[in-house]
Design a protein. Structure first.
Length: 226
């Protein structure tokens, strides 16, 4: 088997760590400096796709639906959101690390089929939290795959998203009856409680990392009031 080849390194704003992009033949890996385990791998993306396929069909029949994807990663959630959305939809993807966008426009884009090339895609370079706070009744669905879920790895500032004030801001950014979907590497029961207290109707689901095998990840699909 051929060795891993480094393709890129990018500082994570607000963190002492860097993101590292590696490639081995047709396989890609994104890692965080200082951590042994991978952050993501192009052969394990079923749960990232499920984040979109569980949520976007619930609002796909709306005229000119607008979906926000928090975290570009390897592009699999974005690609699945585009696949589930209508032809007149807009899918905005917010990515904090500019180099990740460059990677997805370059060789890494092969993994998910270059979803950044889709005319319905809008790219926001910056913190998804700030975008949410600046939005009022703008989105029909918000999909969050940020820092491994409510138990973050790299940025303590991401915790705000999953706490009462963050959930209230998401409610305000959603149109009536909109959907919030959140990906997590593990189950976090207190987050279910937080969603319910924030007024969401919550469905806790699971998805495998790979189709039919691999680790189980948790996805919350939460409907806001009509």
């Amino acid at each position: 088997m051929k060795p891993w080849v480094p393709l890129g390194r990018a500082p994570i704003p607000g963190s002492k760590d860097d993101l590292l992009l590696w490639r081995r033949e047709d396989e890609f890996s994104i890692r965080i400096s200082g951590y042994v385990s991978e952050l993501m791998n192009s052969r394990q993306h079923a749960s990232e796709e499920a984040l979109a396929t569980y949520a976007v069909p619930l609002i796909a029949d709306r005229d000119a639906a607008h979906v926000l994807v928090g975290g570009l990663g390897m592009g699999f959630t974005l690609a699945a959101a585009l696949h589930s959305a209508g032809p007149d939809a807009t899918v905005t993807v917010a990515e904090l690390v500019p180099e990740v966008i460059d990677w997805n426009r370059g060789p890494l884009g092969e993994a998910a089929g270059f979803p950044l090339h889709d005319a319905r895609t809008c790219v926001h370079v910056g913190d998804v939290s700030a975008l949410i706070r600046a939005s009022a009744r703008r989105f029909d669905a918000v999909l969050l795959d940020v820092d491994n879920g409510p138990e973050g790895m790299t940025q303590s500032g991401n915790d705000w998203l999953y706490k009462p004030r963050g959930l209230a801001a998401i409610q305000a950014a959603l149109r009536p009856g909109g959907v919030l979907a959140v990906w997590s590497v593990e189950a976090v029961p207190r987050f279910t409680t937080a969603l319910e207290r924030a007024g969401f109707d919550v469905d806790v689901r699971r998805a495998r990392a790979r189709e039919g095998k691999g680790a189980w990840h948790t996805i919350w699909v939460a409907r806001s009031p009509q």
